[in-house]
Design a protein around this ligand. Structure first.
Ligand code: ZN
Length: 680
């Protein structure tokens, strides 16, 4: 039987991949990799880059490239069969990874290279790969006695199973609740785009009227615009209790026990490796110098934001009482009241902007900006096989040829995981005289197009697109030839959001906005009056927004840092303490947001959610150089391309930042961009 996952194709054969291919392919590749490693070690030394590291990268890459489309399809075209196949492979992959990480002979072989004469003649990227590898062997428990090695392996497998189950529960809970509405009066306030979308959803379900659900574009339309308070309360309650012991689907996909198990196992894993808690382990591969430094950074940001956040909230509550006739504003009133307040203060509604951001125009503008900044052009290639009619394929080219490529899948739909992300399809590396092309998956969940109209994006959706593109650029424009530090590989996690958040800045620059906006019917540019209102409203409630991110970050970090096996996770207790310290908005007691906090329970952000703010210091400061020299200054763009995007993980993030900025990072631009710096 031919198995598309075992064919060496430049791009995955999406249409031929069946769930039944997954396990046999992964089993076979893991077995071949094991055999390759065994044979190599049997031959013995002397070990060199060419006879050890390179062949290992090759077998690693082959496995990654087979697994990548499986993991991607599981996220964007989920089905029971695929989910089973995916989950069935997790323990195999985890076992294999730990086994390699704990292989003493392999560890010794790497050490031999690190101590050899050859090491000094290697490129700095190669040296870094070897240094990272030695660190990662230790972090996989290579130094542990056999019974502890076994325990470590078991924990790694359990964690991979539990985090996947957490994610499955969130997806099921998100798709497991909707509200069918037949009485149009209930829709009062909800804009036409969202109504049309809800009508299509109803039609697809064979229902009359409108169906709103918990997919983000639908949910946020209700929360922002629905005048019916009961409707907002119902949606808030359903959303904020997903996958928990509360709310309309309580207990059905409950993550409570899974979260406890994840925290306990992470703590034990950290202990095995000699760390006092998981936060310390998390920092072993990050830029931040210490746990105290992370907490000090976050509380400092909180203190700087608290005065304006308190004022934001007071203003909002007074407005809700006096202008909207809501005597006791609740959690489900805040988004709605904020939108009304924005309209009153800046006479600007988010919906007014939407017609000026049709998706095709935004993409064209983005591509144009990339050309001006980095001298690359983007070309759509038709006829490439994808997984869904929404998905498209593009190449990025420069004067020398194709530098990278990406699949773009923009719109929300059933069976697709929420949020936005960049993932790797293949990664750049040198294969003899050839270069393996880096290919990215860029995935978003934007408001889909309705009828014949193009998709009209909210401005924050435009920002999200630019964000994910920033990640994609670091992956696709890398010049590093070695897998281990090519693209985002080897970049300290708390610096990974530098290119992504950097790109967001262009969504607030008038000249860049001119390139990415234009009325979907008339092509008319964003009118000056709307533009200036939009810019004036940029820092609307920025104190509150900053605190929200700090609250998430500090909660994540302290929960992992303060874990005590005798007391369990104390998840909501720690959350309450953190809120006491840094929050102005106190959600209702039934709120269970941690139960769907996939970033930290299922993604790579555990004890690392602070990375967003940490890296935003870097991204804001990097952008400030463009503010000084001209936002489209080609020399500055070239330097950002060469020092940051192209070098990726081949050197330390601080070293690369200093090379670009000419000094260490300053927090001032972040505060200024967030409106938290009092004007002198
Ligand atoms: Zn990001």
């Amino acid at each position: 039987m031919s198995n598309p996952l075992l064919e060496s194709l430049p791009l995955p054969a999406f249409s031929r991949i069946e769930p039944s291919h997954v396990r046999p392919a992964i089993e076979q590749l893991i077995e071949e990799n094991r055999e390759a490693i065994r044979q190599r070690l049997e031959q013995g030394g002397p070990y060199t880059w060419a006879n050890l590291v390179e062949p290992l990268e090759t077998v690693d890459d082959r496995l990654n490239r087979a697994w990548s489309p499986v993991s991607h399809l599981n996220a964007v075209m989920n089905s029971d069969a695929l989910r089973d196949a995916y989950n069935g492979c997790l323990p195999l992959l985890s076992e294999y990874a730990t086994e390699v990480g704990q292989n003493d002979a392999l560890f010794a072989a790497y050490r031999e290279i690190a101590e050899s004469k050859e090491f000094h003649s290697l490129e700095s990227a190669q040296k870094r790969i070897i240094e990272n590898a030695l660190r990662d062997f230790r972090l996989s428990g290579v130094d542990l006695p056999p019974e502890k090695k076994e325990r470590f392996k078991f924990i790694a497998q359990e964690l991979s199973r539990l985090t996947s189950q957490f994610q499955d529960n969130v997806l099921d809970a998100t798709q497991g609740w909707h509200r069918a509405i037949e009485d149009e009066a209930l829709l009062k306030g909800i804009p036409e785009t969202a109504r049309a979308m809800a009508q299509e959803t109803a039609k697809a379900m064979g229902l009359a009227g409108w169906v709103f659900n918990l997919e983000f574009p639908s949910y946020i339309a209700v929360m922002t615009h629905a005048e019916d308070r009961g409707l907002r309360e119902a949606f808030y309650t359903a959303y904020a209790t997903r996958a928990s012991d509360q709310g309309p689907t309580q207990g059905q996909w409950d993550n409570t026990e899974i979260m406890e198990q994840i925290l306990a196992l992470r703590h034990e894993e950290a202990g095995l490796l000699g760390f006092s808690n998981f936060a310390e382990l998390s920092l072993a591969t990050k830029m931040a110098p210490s746990a105290d430094a992370v907490e000090a950074f976050l509380t400092d940001l909180a203190d700087r934001s608290l005065p304006s956040a308190r004022q934001d909230l007071e203003t909002l509550q007074a407005f809700a009482r006096e202008e909207l006739g809501i005597p006791d504003p609740q959690a489900w009133d805040l988004t709605y009241a904020s939108e009304k307040l924005r309209q009153a203060h800046y006479s600007l509604s988010q919906e007014e902007l939407r017609p000026y951001f049709p998706a095709p125009r935004v993409l064209q503008g983005l591509f144009n900006i990339l050309e001006r900044l980095y001298g690359v052009t983007v070309h759509e290639i038709k006829g490439i096989e994808t997984w869904h009619p929404d998905a498209r394929y593009f190449e990025i080219r420069d004067a020398e040829g194709v530098r990278g490529a990406f699949f773009l899948d923009l719109f929300a739909r059933p069976k697709k995981r929420g949020g936005a992300w960049m993932d790797e399809c293949s990664t750049r590396r040198r294969l003899g005289s050839q270069i393996q092309l880096p290919v990215a998956y860029l995935t978003c969940n934007f408001t889909p197009p309705v009828g014949d109209q193009p998709a009209l994006l909210r401005h924050d959706e435009v920002e999200t697109l630019f964000h994910e593109f920033g990640h994609g650029l670091q992956h696709m424009l890398t010049r590093v030839d070695h897998l281990g530090v090519s693209g985002i590989h080897g970049v300290e996690w708390d610096a990974v959001e530098l290119p992504s958040q950097f790109m967001e800045n262009f969504c607030w620059n008038p000249e860049a906005l001119g390139l990415m906006s234009g009325h979907f019917e008339t092509g008319e540019p964003l009118p000056e009056s709307l533009l200036s209102k939009m810019l004036a409203a940029r820092n609307f409630q920025s104190g509150m927004q900053m605190l929200r991110q700090v609250e998430f970050a500090l909660f994540d970090f302290r929960m992992h840092r303060a874990y005590e096996p005798s007391q369990g996770g104390r998840i909501y207790e720690i959350l309450a303490e953190v809120r006491e310290r840094v929050a102005v908005v106190k959600p209702p007691a039934f709120n269970r947001f941690p139960h769907s906090f996939s970033h930290i329970f299922a993604g790579g952000y555990a004890a690392g959610y602070y990375s967003y703010k940490w890296a935003e210091v870097l991204s804001s400061d990097a952008y400030s150089l463009f503010e000084e020299r001209g936002v489209f200054d080609p020399k500055t763009g070239q330097s950002f391309l060469e020092e940051i995007l192209e070098k990726g993980g081949s050197a330390g993030a601080m070293e690369l930042f200093v090379a670009f900025r000419g000094r260490e990072p300053s927090i001032e631009p972040l505060l200024r961009h967030s409106g938290l710096l009092k004007a002198a």
